[in-house]
Write a protein that binds this ligand. Structure first.
Ligand code: SAM
Length: 447
């Protein structure tokens, strides 16, 4: 693949898809790096032609997941930035222990890559005198391969980065928590048991949407790969995920993302740690930037038919693990809208997206609809379809937002009115539902 790759429509569109799905700012790894990763994923999938590969991507979540695996950078190590862990230990042995006496501490490592970071957190808490029952570390990453490796809990010497973070105390920790097996180091169950791994995408605004807040969040060395819209969104998500005075650890190159109205700096040299402060200023209603997820969960077939008001719901568990793609608010000033994406070579049409949704490819259909809305930001039909897809994914709130946008853009959109009326009825908002039904009746009688 040569340097003209991105100038091909399909190449530009693949880069745009990554930008949408995982927040990737391609300049962070360089366009040569992006090209290499795409070439590798293309080759692994048996494609020599970018246009054909783009077609393939459009119909397959597995293909998208494989592309993401090729593009992500899983670089990590135990006790990376040791001062962050020195501060965590200090906090855990005082405040953390007091809090843990009331309820187990909740910590998050996102992204956790191959596990070195969340396991370092667990070892630090054990070293601070907490028992494994007194805390829980949720560890999320968009890469299924990284998560699988993390779950195994077996590492090579490279994970300890000799020369970078090996100290006498680390040697003692290795002796305490690992078992040598030839060239490998097997982590003890005591460290593994409080750490739970699962897929997650920080570029998804619904990431961990209904989760209890955390006492401590590690989000290190991910924002550097995000474009600015994804960074801003991620910072809002991190704020939402934290307890009122919760701690946020960032990577050293990411501290410029801190907004003083969201977080205050804790002055501990080289720890890059912040405390959550009051809520950020309220977003204008419906402000949502285009986004999506690459959550490689298989999607059951779910027929979506135009005009059919109630799409069957997925089970809450499946729905929770799904990606959601709230639409762009067409009323937003362009300065806060996501960057305009390249026009796809293979034109996305709403009927193609609907067929995709009918085949059950809901996540990719949502992402495609989102892309479509970048170039057709006033399409009521696209918002209607997006609402139906969200409903199929079990994301009622996002669905209702999309239906409201469809109605805003086309006040006579009977299907969206009907969907909303039904949702209001489900939620017990009978007066609101009745108003909508009367509106529908007026519209259909006038017809
Ligand atoms: C450089 S590693 C950082 C790991 C660890 N936090 C650390 O600092 O050592 C970046 C990780 O981010 C993950 N990643 C990339 N995009 C992501 C996204 N949108 N959501 C969640 N994880 C993502 C990659 O799979 C990779 O494992």
């Amino acid at each position: 693949m040569d340097g003209r790759f991105e100038q091909t429509d399909a190449g530009g569109h693949i880069a745009a898809l990554l930008n949408q799905l995982i927040g990737l700012n391609e300049t962070s790894i360089g366009s040569a790096g992006v090209q290499r990763a795409i070439a590798q994923a293309m080759q692994a999938a048996g494609y020599g032609n970018v246009e054909a590969y783009w077609q393939h991507l459009q119909g397959s979540q597995a293909a998208i997941a494989a592309l993401i695996e090729a593009i992500v950078v899983p670089e990590t190590s135990f006790f990376r930035n040791p001062e962050s862990f020195a501060f965590l230990k200090r906090w855990a042995s005082q405040t953390g222990r007091q809090q843990a006496a009331e309820a187990p501490l909740r910590l998050l490592s996102l992204p956790c890559s191959t596990g070195e970071e969340p396991y370092s957190i667990a070892m630090t808490l054990l070293e601070a005198g907490l028992s494994a029952e007194q805390f829980q570390v949720d560890a999320l990453d968009v890469s299924a391969a990284a998560l699988a490796q993390a779950e195994r809990g077996v590492f090579r010497a490279y994970s300890f980065r000799p020369g970078q973070s090996v100290t006498a105390s680390l040697d003692a920790i290795v002796d305490r928590y690992f078992q040598r097996e030839g060239e490998r180091y097997r982590l003890s169950d005591r460290v593994r048991s409080p750490v739970q791994f699962r897929p997650g995408n920080l570029a998804d605004p619904m990431c961990l949407y209904q989760t209890q807040p955390y006492d401590v969040v590690f989000c290190r060395n991910l924002l550097i790969y995000f474009h600015q819209v994804a960074r801003d969104r991620a910072m809002r998500t991190l704020h939402r995920l934290l307890q009122p005075s919760g701690l946020l650890f960032l990577g050293y190159a990411e501290t410029n993302q801190i907004h003083p109205d969201q977080f205050e700096s804790i002055r501990y040299p080289q720890a890059f740690v912040y405390r959550r402060v009051a809520s950020p200023p309220a977003q204008s209603k419906g402000r949502s930037v285009a986004n999506s997820v690459a959550n490689p969960v298989p999607t059951p077939a779910l027929p979506l038919r135009p005009g059919l008001p109630v799409a069957p719901k997925l089970t809450p568990d499946v729905a929770k693990s799904r990606s959601v793609t709230p639409p762009i608010d067409p009323t937003l000033p362009s300065a806060i809208r996501p960057p305009r994406l390249p026009q796809p070579a293979v034109q996305i049409s709403l009927s193609n997206i609907r067929s995709m949704a009918d085949r059950g490819e809901l996540s990719i259909a949502a992402a495609q609809c989102d892309l479509y809305l970048h170039t057709h930001p006033t399409s009521a039909a696209a918002y209607l379809l997006l609402g139906e897809i969200y409903q199929g994914q079990g994301s009622d709130e996002a669905a209702m937002q999309a239906f409201r946008k469809a109605i805003y853009l086309n006040p006579t959109c009977v299907e969206a009115l009907l969907y909303l009326a039904l949702r209001y009825e489900d939620q017990g908002h009978l007066a609101a539902a009745e108003r909508l039904r009367q509106r529908i009746q007026r519209l259909t009688v006038d017809d």
